[in-house]
Ligand binder design. Structure first.
Ligand code: NI
Length: 360
């Protein structure tokens, strides 16, 4: 019995010692494994989770209130215009910039280009940009007989309609070339520009940027560029935010005519050198069609027909100050206005406006 008892005791001792060894080892190593496990995958996942959470919150905050564009007729404004497109690459690059900055511009597109590349034109209209015609084949319209002239413009209109936008009533004649028929017998409104960046000549983004940034007061100006060059798209990416920082509202040509010059573009009227050099900021901006008042952007059914006062000067090619020079032209050949001159319209000191040199 004693032997059995002592054997059993020895066994129990041995077992407890083994357990002790096991336990003794564990407490000794515990801190290490604990630290290691702390350094191990526990923390990184936490950080990942923390990083992921705000990323999920941001999109929730992003769809804030929709941007409401309101133009203040009393504040400086400038109309950027892009000719010769649409271009499969650079039109969209320019539209990206405009969309990002809630800015609008006017695109004078060539009908045959619209037929070949209609998507950008639809996007322009969707964004609220103005789509004007730049003829169908970019010919010198002043050299066409009237029937050919109207045929060209009508063919262009068909291209716009087939692209899903309205046939433009605003036309920029290629090269700025006009004669009496182009100016006043197409049923359209013809408009040129007041500031020429000569982007087609330089094909240099920095040159275009430098030109615009050193052009002085741009309030009321129509800036000519072309949407078919990478350099122009690059320049636009800099100039749009820069102009806004200077205080300019970026408006369409029709908005500029209504809000700055105080009249809606009229059919068979020419808005060219003579017009822009003798007109300035109006005291009586007019609403766009369907607007309650200038800049409101809110349609109202029955707003008083203020533009009626404008219609009188509009209908007469012979009444306005601008028309005297027009009549000087012989009905036949009219020397085309070169596309690059004048680089900037010089406003007459007798202009009926305060082309206010106020800080933009
Ligand atoms: Ni052109």
């Amino acid at each position: 019995m004693n032997r059995f008892f002592s054997l059993t005791l020895a066994l129990l001792l041995l077992l407890s010692c083994t357990a002790c060894v096991g336990r003794a080892a564990a407490p000794g190593e515990e801190p290490a494994p604990a630290d290691m496990s702390a350094e191990q995958p526990l923390d990184p996942p936490d950080e990942t989770e923390i990083l992921e959470e705000p990323a999920e919150e941001e999109p929730v905050e992003a769809p804030e209130e929709p941007y409401v564009r309101v133009i203040d007729p009393a504040r400086p404004m400038v109309a950027l215009t892009f000719d010769d497109g649409p271009d499969g690459t650079w039109s969209d690059a320019i539209l990206d910039v405009l969309e990002e900055h809630h800015a609008l511009a006017t695109f004078f597109e060539v009908g045959r280009n619209v037929l070949a590349c209609p998507e950008p034109v639809r996007r322009m209209a969707e964004l609220g940009c103005e789509v004007g015609s730049h003829s169908n084949a970019h010919k010198d319209l002043s050299k066409l007989k009237k029937r050919a002239l109207l045929g060209d413009l009508d063919t262009a209109d068909d291209a716009f309609v087939s692209a899903g936008v309205e046939a433009p009533t605003l036309v920029r004649p290629p090269y700025g070339a006009v004669n009496k028929t182009v100016k006043s017998a197409t049923g359209r409104s013809m408009v040129t520009w007041t500031v020429d960046t000569e982007d087609w000549r330089s094909r240099d983004a920095q040159a275009v940027i430098d030109f615009v940034q050193s052009a002085g007061d741009l309030d009321g100006e129509i800036v000519l560029m072309h949407s078919i060059y990478e350099s122009t798209a690059d320049a636009t990416a800099v100039l749009v935010p820069w102009l806004q920082e200077q205080g300019y509202q970026l408006v369409t040509v029709t908005e500029l005519l209504a809000y700055y010059y105080g009249e809606l573009p009229q059919p068979d009227c020419f808005y060219g050198y003579t017009y822009f050099s003798t007109h300035g900021r109006t005291d009586t901006p007019v609403p766009l069609p369907g607007e309650a008042f200038p800049g409101a952007g809110v349609p109202e059914e029955d707003f008083p027909e203020e533009p009626a006062g404008q219609e009188a000067p509009a209908e007469s090619d012979s009444s306005g100050e601008e028309d005297a020079p027009v009549e000087t032209e012989t009905p036949g050949e009219d020397p085309p206005e070169p596309e690059w001159t004048p680089t900037r319209v010089q406003r007459s000191t007798a202009a009926p406006a305060q082309a206010a040199p106020t800080t933009p």
